[in-house]
Design a protein around this ligand. Structure first.
Ligand code: LLP
Length: 417
């Protein structure tokens, strides 16, 4: 079931046509379906069921305040990686006690703020970070809740740029060193070991690497118990894949069912950090064809969205479906859908069979995750608007940037004399 569907010959998000959204808000515009985010979050919450734990939505996937507020209203937790993400969660009404703070480079300032608001835990990624957290908590006279992010050295079999659980990656503490680092946690009056976590990669379409990682983490949990450290939770990170093209990712219920089976009989809460699987298929990037340009080698459709709006094709050679909002009247031809940015890598999709005409509206699907959040102002392009659809209502959850936004904080310098 998709909240993006055709009716009356054109593409709709829930009960609003994308043509209407383009008319009202212009293009390029990210369009989100509230119902999709709610359904995907609930699939995790329901799969967790009575098992104690937290579903901490990974804010980096889509951090728009409108989206975060929808999830906060459902009681979601949040996985954050910066002070900026923390402040967004708080502004959206999220509960800091349900926030896990991940990331390899937390500053002392970020730690202070997170301790002051009372996050659920810090996912600590190195000994140096642990020492800093120890010092900051000591200064504030509080005890920092710690989960060590361990690197279980499993191959997530995904794109190398989004694979994070191998020894060679910068993330986490090698699992064979973790026991010694937990001893340091136990020895500090400013730190309290509450959990263990890992995140092995993103867009996984098979659950076996997750279960391998879980087995390794559980073996560590048992070793720690021998040392007198009883952890309260285990956090498996995010990473569950979605269907962009032909992928058949596991159902959330099957994945969590298998995880809960392994946790049976243990007194361990389960934390998850899903991003993409909640957000990707809840968004589309709406764009208009500016020009059609036929060359000897290629047919180019130059659209008003570009790599600065959605970097995934350029950065990962990612494939996302591109569909006509209203089918064109001409013949179907093969098109490269490209933006106006001055880079050969500026494309949204290649070799797409479409019947196109100038001025036509297209929608790049599965754009709800790592779309707007990875956008930039490259080529001094103002960033797109974001619109949240809820039934037959639309909310402009981020206004299109204006020229003043582009140069905010910049200044010219006086001429040399
Ligand atoms: N937790 C941690 C510690 C993470 O680093 C990530 C994602 C997540 C959770 C959420 O993972 P998800 O459920 O979304 O797979 N920009 C790339 C994806 C980068 C993922 C980074 N970490 C893309 O567009 O494919």
């Amino acid at each position: 079931m998709s909240e993006f569907h055709y009716q009356q010959g054109s593409l709709w998000a829930e009960n609003v046509s994308l043509e209407q959204i383009a008319e009202q808000f212009g293009t390029p515009t990210y369009v989100y379906s509230r119902a999709h985010f709610e359904r995907q979050y609930q699939s995790y919450a329901e799969a967790l069921g009575e098992h104690p734990g937290l579903i901490c939505y990974a804010v980096k996937a889509n951090s728009n305040l409108g989206i975060l507020s929808v999830l906060a209203q459902l009681g979601a937790g949040f996985d954050i990686v910066s002070e900026g993400e923390l402040e967004r969660v708080l502004m959206a009404g999220g509960d800091p006690a349900k926030v896990v703070f991940s990331g390899v480079g937390k500053t002392a300032h970020e730690m202070r703020r997170a301790l002051q608001v009372g996050v659920h835990c810090f996912n600590v990624e190195s000994e140096a970070e642990l020492e800093r957290l120890d010092a900051v908590a000591g200064e504030l006279g509080v005890v920092a809740p710690v989960s060590l992010r361990v690197n279980p050295d499993v191959d997530a079999k995904t794109h190398p740029y989004i694979s994070t659980g191998l020894k060679e990656n910068k993330f986490g503490i090698a699992i064979d060193q973790a026991r010694a680092v937990y001893r340091k946690v136990a020895a500090s009056a400013n730190l309290n070991a509450v959990g263990v976590d890992c995140h092995i990669g993103s867009q996984l379409t098979d659950i076996s690497p997750f279960l391998d990682a879980l087995d390794r983490l559980l073996a560590l949990v048992d070793e720690l118990a021998e040392d007198g450290t009883q952890l309260k939770h285990l956090d498996l990170g995010g990473g569950l894949g979605v269907r962009y093209r032909g992928e058949e990712p596991p159902q959330v219920s099957d994945y969590l069912g298998a995880v809960k089976q392994k946790l049976a009989g243990r007194n361990l809460a389960l934390v998850m950090e899903p991003g993409r699987s909640i957000s990707a298929n809840g968004g589309a990037l709406l764009t208009r064809v500016e020009f059609l340009k036929r060359t000897e080698e290629h047919n180019f459709a130059i659209v008003d969205a570009a790599m600065n709006d959605n970097l995934r094709p350029a950065l990962y050679q990612a494939w996302q479906d591109i569909v006509a909002v209203t089918p064109g009247s001409g013949e179907t031809e093969t098109w490269d859908i490209v933006g106006p940015v001055c880079e050969t890598g500026d494309f949204l999709g290649k070799h797409r069979p479409l019947a196109l005409e100038q001025g036509q509206l297209l929608a790049m699907l599965s754009a709800g995750a790592y779309g707007f959040t990875m956008s930039s102002n490259y080529n001094s392009r103002t960033r797109a608007a974001e619109v949240l659809v809820d039934g037959d209502k639309t909310y402009l959850v981020r206004a299109r940037e204006a020229l003043a936004d582009l140069v905010r904080g910049e200044s010219t310098v006086p001429a040399k004399n």
